[in-house]
Design a protein around this ligand. Structure first.
Ligand SMILES: [Fe+2]
Length: 361
């Protein structure tokens, strides 16, 4: 079996590692990209203290499910103020948006052209340090950015090796203030990454090891992290699970559950993690029938165990809970991102997806 694994991002992991931000900054003017929300203030303060000899501009106009406009706004600030370095402090939305800002600042153009047009990111962008405040997206170690166009109701991933951040600083303490709902949602995203990496066509020994370890950490710690928010050991294990899941998909990519999640978010407002996890048990059943490898994994983390975990942490397991009706299924099928679906280890046709959606209605 031939394979390759690429991960150019330096990873700094551990409780308190936010205090090591200064080590990575080697330029004079930094753009700090973040979202809105009071809890970030104390972290921004800690970063500012470490970078007292560096000029710091802040761009906090990134929404959940970031839009092309959010990205273009950040690029404008970089150009106007002459920023030479980008730092992302936030969840996957903030990190994804910052990746594109750093890239477009060098490659020129606008976010829409790269996401939904034909333009390709050719050159390495400005250096980017990614600091996640949630545990799930793994965006700090992936070459992906998911972007939306609200008016046109479009959401799609951009995949490009130039999008890998230069450094990821994963400090589990930053996730401690996440409410239970966000912990469950982001944790479900991490599980989706681990499992989708396992049933990807691009799966290989390293991504399999990373994915299996991530899945175990999630089954052992997600409930604890939701029910005992102050439990720092559980938080640390979930941060590690998220990182390992991100490393797995950075090379194996995601699959059907992500492909189906995009229309569920765009049309029904489903949060990303839950929009992915809702089809995970059925996608697993589909693949287990066609693959001995996945069949073996169902003996450890089977669909029933998954549904039980999702219920325990308050995740939705039926589409009707998002307001989806039977007549909406063609709309969802139309919105499935085909390039992501095609990563699945065996062919999954639109009628197979329709069957899955009908089962969980
Ligand atoms: Fe995801």
């Amino acid at each position: 079996m031939d394979w390759e694994f690429q991960l150019p991002t330096k990873i700094i992991f551990g409780k308190g590692s936010l205090s090591r931000v200064w080590e990575s900054v080697d330029r004079k003017h930094v753009l700090l990209v973040t979202g809105k929300g009071g809890f970030r203030e104390q972290f921004i303060g800690r970063i500012k203290k470490q970078l007292s000899n560096v000029k710091l501009s802040v761009y906090d106009n990134v929404e959940p499910n970031p839009t092309c406009q959010n990205v273009d706004g950040g690029v404008e600030v970089i150009e106007k103020e002459g920023c030479e370095f980008v730092m992302a402090l936030g969840g996957g939305s903030v990190i994804d948006a910052a990746k594109l800002m750093a890239s477009i600042a060098v490659n020129k153009g606008n976010a829409y052209e790269y996401a939904f047009g034909k333009k390709k990111i050719e050159k390495k962008g400005l250096p980017l340090v990614a600091i996640p405040t949630t545990a799930g997206t793994g965006s700090e170690v992936t070459p992906f950015a998911v972007i939306s166009d609200k008016e046109k109701k479009l959401k799609a991933p951009i995949r490009n090796k130039q999008l890998f951040p230069k450094v990821a600083i994963v400090d589990p303490e930053l996730t401690a203030s996440m409410p239970a709902g966000l912990t469950a949602n982001t944790g479900a995203d991490a599980l989706s990454h681990a499992l989708e990496a396992l049933w990807s066509k691009k799966a290989q020994p390293i991504t399999d090891y990373l994915a299996m370890r991530a899945a175990k950490l999630i089954f052992d710690n997600l409930k604890k992290a939701c029910q005992e928010p102050e439990n720092m050991d559980a938080r640390e294990e979930m941060s590690l699970a998220s990182l390992l899941g991100g490393m797995a998909i950075s090379n194996a990519w995601t699959g059907p559950s992500h492909a189906i999640s995009y229309p569920l978010t765009v049309y029904f407002g489903a949060a990303h993690g839950n929009a992915c996890s809702i089809t995970l048990p059925e996608v697993m059943e589909f693949n287990a029938l066609r693959s001995e490898k996945i069949n073996r994994i169902t003996q450890i983390y089977g669909p029933e165990k998954m549904r039980e975990l999702f219920k325990e942490v308050g995740l939705r397991i039926r589409l009707s809970e998002f307001g989806v009706k039977k007549e909406d299924i063609p709309l969802i099928l139309d919105g499935v991102v085909v390039s992501t679906l095609e990563t699945n280890m065996v062919e999954m046709k639109k009628e197979d997806i329709a069957e899955i959606l009908n089962k969980i209605l």
